[in-house]
Design a protein around this ligand. Structure first.
Ligand SMILES: [Zn+2]
Length: 122
């Protein structure tokens, strides 16, 4: 299985404007993106669930150098790590003014062909 096919359910969720995460069928731990096994107990019984889109800012930083040409028009922009209410942590583009501990609402937006997650104050 390639990394791309492993992440296919996550990417399909974004294409449908929804955020998905994995939950372990053995211990119940939620984890971000796509892995072969649970990071807590090692079980491979992972299921995909939809997030409510609500969470809390864990960390935030500002990006001043675009990683690709597609992002050049956005710089400077803010990236945040968000702890979903369901327990998984993921990365999102953050609206200005968001700080650690703020409650946020996540949504999916498009930058060209790319689907990105945006965090806004809840
Ligand atoms: Zn587990």
């Amino acid at each position: 299985m390639t990394a791309t096919s492993l992440a296919a359910p996550f990417l399909a969720g974004l294409a449908d404007d929804r955020i998905r995460f994995q939950r372990c069928g053995a211990c119940g731990k939620a984890q971000r993106l796509a892995r072969y096994a649970c990071t807590a107990c090692g079980a491979t019984d992972l299921r995909w669930e939809y997030a409510t889109g609500r969470g809390t800012v864990f960390a935030v930083t500002e990006v001043k150098r675009a990683p690709t040409d597609a992002f050049r028009a956005l710089v400077p922009y803010r990236i945040a790590l968000i702890d979903l209410d369901e327990g998984a942590r993921l990365m999102a583009h953050a609206q200005p003014g968001l700080s650690v501990g703020d409650r946020v609402s996540l949504s999916v937006y498009r930058l060209g062909e790319q689907a990105l997650i945006r965090a806004a104050p809840a």
